[in-house]
Design a binder for this molecule. Sequence first.
Ligand code: AMP
Length: 272
Amino acid sequence: MKIYKSISEFLHRRDNLAELTFVPTMGNLHQGHISLIDLAKQYENEIIASIFINKLQFNNKNDYEKYPKSLESDIELLEKNGCDHLLIPDESILDSIEVIKASSKSKKLCGKNRPGHFDGVLTILNKFFKIINPKISIFGKKDYQQFLLVKEFVLNNHLNIKIIGGDTIREYSGLALSSRNNLLSETEKQIASSIYKVLTDIKSHKNLLTKELLDNKKKYLTELGFEVDYLTVCDASTLDESLSINKNGLLVAVAAKLGEVRLIDNILLTKL
Ligand code: AMP
């Protein structure tokens, strides 16, 4: 795997590289990230991952500073799993960066309590897209709103990049893998697995969804010690709240804090 520690080093080589499939990450890699590398292998391009903790997308300085880092083992993991290129830019990638404003969809779900978060995400991705010029870019559907916003951004700006979504990888307990799980104690991890149980329980009521059901589940999570940001059911395409399944399907999405750690998860419901 070729490692580039600056944008200029990468750009110097770019013209000699094959077509690329891009997997952006913030590092502290786990099997969720690796599943995206595996998905990338289904396409003929060479694979490039990036590791960059993007401060533009953090609303909380403490969260940014505490974000777990494990560069050496990340490099090993990517190498072992057949990634061809790794870009690790320094902070100068943010210099005179073009600021992108995400669409109104960014104000829903995670955007409500994290103003500017998706502007920060799209701002850095736009820069990466310009530098890397990938044919394909792969995102996890664990961050479903992000996946939708990136797809929309690429479409609206006529960027010639195919955006692909990968399924969420979970621990045996159901807990969605996340770099932030490393900040949880074993007991907290056990409690955190209730998030997925709540989602699957709501799924089992997919033809009878009610506000009362959601309120009960929210209450249950609160009693377990979560500070629930949202637990909602919405149209999987518009993200507008909805309790009845149409052709777009429904997204059951949750964000909740356990101690200082913010966790998100979701599940898709389809008509069939
Ligand atoms: P992050 O490093 O958290 O910015 O995540 C980088 C990419 O990995 C994003 O596209 C995430 O949606 C994706 N990702 C994170 N966790 C998982 C998971 N458990 N399963 C699948 N993809 C994931």
